[in-house]
Write a protein that binds this ligand. Structure first.
Ligand code: ADP
Ligand code: MG
Length: 338
């Protein structure tokens, strides 16, 4: 056996990047989440060639001070948590301090940013190293451009799916982020063609109309329910409006889009036998809870979380949905006036 030796920073960064940055859509997700955490009200995402040639995310958020740029791109450096207590009380989408370091390890990155309306700064990173930093004009906020993704990790490039699939994954993640943040105006373009535009006017039904369809959005039913630990709200489809898979169910836990099989099942149970075989509803459900009840630190991409009191939440979802559908049914039969 060869001697044991420590790996170079460049190599450890590439290894770690593999966990967070799987494909172009991961870059879009991480950059948008940073923009959301920075308090932006407008986020614009442009990409070319399925994101492999270029992805640019521009926001009007807090910006980064010029003396913080190096830290922003350093692994495990973050402005979002300080202590162990914070780790179990996460109020932001990011906290691991990995995304920018990971992206910079596997792509060419340019950042132009300005904070507190001070003069802007521009920096360029490649293969994990800073190549340049200079004063540059910038509006308040941050613009990050990621070019030549996976240029130095050919195995990852090979593993990517067709251009169409990668584009659909980018669209899907931006759709979910937009549904989770109706207070932010999102614009998404591919080769200058607009794929999504929301207006940031806090109107979920309008956003669903933009993202899915107006007809569907108009017929969706409002839900609203609480227990001492959870508050749920959102819109669910009429049982006649269904899809052939569960990808149209969006669960937002304190604004974070998450995958959770049990919660999805609980939603389906609320529809009981009103759905046909292998038919699934469309739903956007916002779940608010004390952050101490959720452990986000399960997976690097944070799309899987662990929940305390999950059973209580499942019951709340099923009950609230089944009540709303019953009301809807009675209304359409004119029974509510009896
Ligand atoms: P994390 O989001 O987990 O903190 P990142 O690597 O994604 O880690 O970002 C590192 C830090 O850079 C963040 O904590 C934040 O302070 C800063 N940052 C990144 N993107 C932005 C942005 N768009 N606007 C303002 N600050 C940002
Ligand atoms: Mg982040």
């Amino acid at each position: 056996m060869a001697q044991i030796h420590e790996l170079s920073t460049e190599l450890t960064n590439q290894i770690a990047a593999g966990e967070v940055i799987e494909r172009p859509a991961s870059v879009v997700k991480e950059l948008c989440e940073n923009s959301i955490d920075a308090g932006s009200t407008r986020i614009r995402i442009d990409f070319e060639n399925a994101g492999l040639q270029k992805i640019t995310v521009q926001d009007n958020g807090s910006g980064i001070a010029s003396d913080q740029i190096d830290l922003a791109f350093m692994r495990h450096a973050t402005s979002k948590i300080n202590s162990e207590r914070d780790l179990f009380n996460i109020g932001t989408l990011g906290f691991r301090g990995e995304a920018l370091a990971s992206i910079a390890a596997v792509a060419h990155v340019e950042i132009v940013t300005s904070s507190n309306n001070q003069g802007g700064v521009r920096a360029v990173f490649a293969g994990g190293e800073k190549k340049l930093q200079e004063d540059a004009p910038s509006p308040q906020g941050t613009k990050i451009s990621v070019a030549d993704l996976f240029f130095n990790t050919p195995a990852r490039l090979k593993y990517l799916r067709s251009e169409r699939t990668e584009i659909l994954k980018i669209v899907d993640i931006v759709d979910r982020l937009a549904l989770g943040h109706p207070e932010i105006a999102f614009t998404l373009t591919n080769n200058n063609k607009i794929l999504l535009k929301t207006n940031g006017r806090k109107n979920l039904r309008q956003d669903i109309a933009n993202i899915y369809s107006r007809h569907l959005a108009e017929r969706m039913l409002e839900i609203d329910g609480t227990t001492p630990d959870f508050k749920i709200s959102g819109l669910i489809s009429d049982p006649d409006d269904t899809r052939s898979n569960r990808n149209f169910i969006t669960l937002l836990l304190n604004g974070r889009y998450v995958h959770n099989y049990n919660l999805t099942q609980a939603i389906m149970s609320g529809y009981a036998n009103k759905l046909g075989p292998r038919r699934y509803p469309i739903a956007v459900i916002k779940i608010e809870l004390d952050p101490v009840l959720v452990d986000v630190n399960v997976h690097p991409t944070k799309q899987e979380v662990r929940l305390s009191k999950e059973k209580e939440l499942e019951r709340l979802l099923t009950q609230t949905i089944s009540d709303v559908l019953l009301d809807g049914q009675q209304e359409s039969l004119g029974l509510n006036n009896l």
